[in-house]
Ligand binder design. Structure first.
Ligand code: GDP
Ligand code: CA
Length: 340
């Protein structure tokens, strides 16, 4: 089988790790004349100050649009906090959950469209129409399935647990109330069915990829896909690069190792979702145990510390999915340099 010259790729992703990887993948696919559809986690979504916030969707949107605050890791570059200061003066919202003015603009736009009757998918389509993303951004579902953290004493929204308490309160488990009755957002299953490869971003396996795979029908679509499913480990040297995936994995009973996460996702031949798993050079010692699961381990540099490394990681993930760099259409390098 020859690799398609204009590959269609679906990426399952969360916020920071997911959007960083998505930018490199988008750049590579653009050069190949391919198409990227990102299926984004909406478990992080919340209502705050009367507004619907979609933190992972917005991280993805801003990163692909090139307007993300890269130093901070979230929000819009060059943002200010005038509205947030006013809201704090009125005691509205969460003073520990700071929102920039430009960011609030997106939340107001989304909320007004939702109030006019648009679905989340439609609202996200309108938000992304503002920029030339080079990708289609879809929520995993249009149903509200916000992630809750169940504690010994009560429960709270994931955002409160993470942003306010910095993951210091010991969770019993993570839950997405209502997710059993949710369905994939329009276009998600269609994109998976049409894909030449399906990639799982280096995102939090429990609270970013976990909710996506918990939407009924989504994991099944991956299991039954006729194309490769390749994941990138968010764990390097037995630790998350940033964030609280270590806490989430411990709560879920998954070892905080690249091989542990591979075992959590499972091999497709055994009812899991992966065919191949990219692990870091630091974790090469775990490659044999990943292979033993029936998942092909590929040792690659996984640090997305600059655009070139991130792009190289995207190339490696595509290669693991059988989409070799040689399949680039002739002259595509020139087209890219004209554009950039
Ligand atoms: P969140 O929604 O903002 O938490 O972002 P994601 O769930 O998409 O990504 C969080 C994960 O990204 C964390 O578990 C990190 O370990 C991972 N991550 C961040 N930077 C890198 C990197 O440079 N390389 C790899 N492999 N993983 C990374
Ligand atoms: Ca997130």
């Amino acid at each position: 089988m020859t690799a398609p010259t204009a590959p269609r790729v679906v990426l399952l992703a969360g916020g920071v790790g997911g959007s960083t990887f998505a930018v490199g993948l988008r750049d590579e696919l653009r050069q190949r004349g391919g198409e990227l559809t990102v299926v984004c986690n909406t478990g992080d979504d919340l209502w705050l100050s009367g507004l619907r916030l979609q933190p992972d969707v917005d991280s993805m949107l801003y990163a692909l649009a090139g307007v993300k605050d890269l130093a901070q890791g979230w929000g819009r570059a060059g943002d200010s906090r005038r509205v947030a200061d006013e809201l704090a003066a009125w005691g509205v919202g969460w003073e520990w959950f700071l929102l920039g003015d430009l960011d609030l603009g997106a939340h107001i736009a989304r909320t007004s469209w939702l109030r006019e009757g648009a679905t989340p998918t439609e609202a996200i389509a309108r938000l992304q129409a503002r920029w030339e993303l080079g990708a289609t951004l879809l929520p995993m579902t249009d149903t509200e399935v916000d992630t809750h953290v169940v504690l010994d004493a009560g429960r709270m929204h994931f955002q409160e647990w993470w942003t306010r308490h910095r993951a210091r309160l010991e969770p019993v488990r993570f839950e997405n109330p209502g997710i059993e009755a949710s369905v994939p957002a329009p276009g998600v299953l269609e994109a998976i069915a049409a894909a030449d490869a399906i990639l799982v971003a280096p995102s939090n396996p429990i609270v970013s990829i976990g909710p996506i795979l918990a939407v009924p029908g989504l994991a099944d679509a991956l299991r039954s896909a006729s194309v490769p499913v390749v994941g990138v480990s968010p764990i390097i040297g037995d630790a998350p690069v940033r964030g609280m995936a270590d806490v989430c994995l411990r709560v879920a009973g998954v070892p905080c190792t690249a091989a542990g996460v591979a075992g959590h996702y499972g091999a497709r031949r055994d009812g899991g979702v992966l065919d191949a798993w990219l692990i870091a050079e630091e974790d090469a010692g775990g490659a044999a145990s990943v292979d033993a699961l029936g998942i092909e381990a590929r040792v690659e540099p996984l640090w997305m510390s600059d655009a070139a490394r991130t792009r190289a990681l995207a190339v490696a993930a595509l290669a693991a999915a059988g989409l070799d760099v040689r399949a680039r259409p002739a002259g595509s390098d020139k087209r890219q340099s004209d554009r950039s």
